[in-house]
Design a protein around this ligand. Structure first.
Ligand SMILES: Nc1nc2c(ncn2[C@@H]2O[C@H](COP(=O)(O)OP(=O)(O)O)[C@@H](O)[C@H]2O)c(=O)[nH]1
Ligand SMILES: [Mg+2]
Length: 255
């Protein structure tokens, strides 16, 4: 079986990371002959020249850069990347080296049996190299609520692979500018089977988080809207019907 996938990476001021990210990604995928991957970077005109750095890599790697005129946000950047892909599988990753690609081949292959494969920070074999105090508590509180809504172990993960057919069949179009795109996808009810993969959430080394208070308010707004939708929807319409999260595997696990 062959897996043809577009890996979507939204970027804003990731120039110090992007070359390392691209080379590590393709070096990791190289031995996996069944995986044919292209990278689509969606950059919001980063002042540090991230888009130009990506274009310079296009002669060595299958990489495209989409440059938008200004900072329009992470959620819409990911959607723009989805729209630019015509492959049957899509993945989303951060461009800051925090998502260890070692687990990516397993995640990609899991889409043979699942609509969605999610990199999880909360499995038995997961490691988180650095949580800042405020971030940890906000994340854990948000995760607790979002888990109830989705049934996913790490519903706020920014690292996942998805069958394109899920996007095509989505009941609610992805119109929210909220930055937690996975939450949007789960609430759209197009995902019937999913599986979690433990991975190492690495410490950012060369840049800072771009998420500001506005993004957090958008996220809380997303939770309230989705919670309300869930309350008013009938039980048969609840998302995340069949879960395979209990089968979460480690980096070295088989798939
Ligand atoms: N295109 C685009 N990318 C963004 C924006 N904000 C953040 N990103 C990128 O989205 C990814 C996740 O953002 P990040 O700051 O790492 O969030 P965190 O991992 O939750 O701290 C990174 O690759 C960022 O460069 C934005 O407004 N536009
Ligand atoms: Mg990040």
């Amino acid at each position: 079986m062959r897996f043809s996938i577009s890996i979507i990476v939204p970027t804003y001021n990731e120039r110090p990371n992007i070359e390392l990210f691209v080379s590590e990604l393709f070096e990791t995928l190289k031995p996996h002959q069944d995986i044919d991957a292209e990278l689509i970077v969606v950059d919001d005109n980063s002042p540090d020249g991230t888009a130009a750095a990506v274009r310079a890599l296009a002669s060595d790697y299958p990489v495209k850069a989409i440059c938008r005129p200004g900072k329009q946000g992470l959620g819409t950047a990911v959607m723009e990347g989805f729209a630019a892909s015509n492959r049957p599988l899509v993945a989303v990753m951060d461009g800051d080296l925090s998502h260890d690609p070692a687990v990516l081949p397993q995640m990609i292959r899991a889409t043979a049996d699942n609509d969605l494969a999610v990199g999880s920070r909360f499995g038995e074999q997961s490691r988180v190299e650095q949580w800042t105090f405020g971030r940890k508590w906000l994340s854990l509180a948000g995760v607790a609520v979002a888990r109830q809504l989705t049934g996913l172990q790490d519903p706020l993960s920014g690292y996942f692979c998805l069958r394109r057919s899920v996007l095509d069949s989505m009941r609610y179009p992805l119109v929210s500018p909220g930055y937690k795109i996975l939450l949007e996808i789960m609430m759209s009810k197009g995902v019937h089977t999913h599986r979690s993969f433990d991975y190492t959430f690495r410490k950012r080394q060369f840049s800072t988080s771009k998420l500001n208070h506005r993004e957090y308010i958008l996220f809380i707004n997303q939770l309230v809207v989705f919670g309300f939708r869930k309350l008013v929807s009938r039980p048969s319409e609840q998302p995340g019907g069949k879960t395979a999260d209990h089968r979460s595997v480690t980096r070295s696990g088989k798939n």
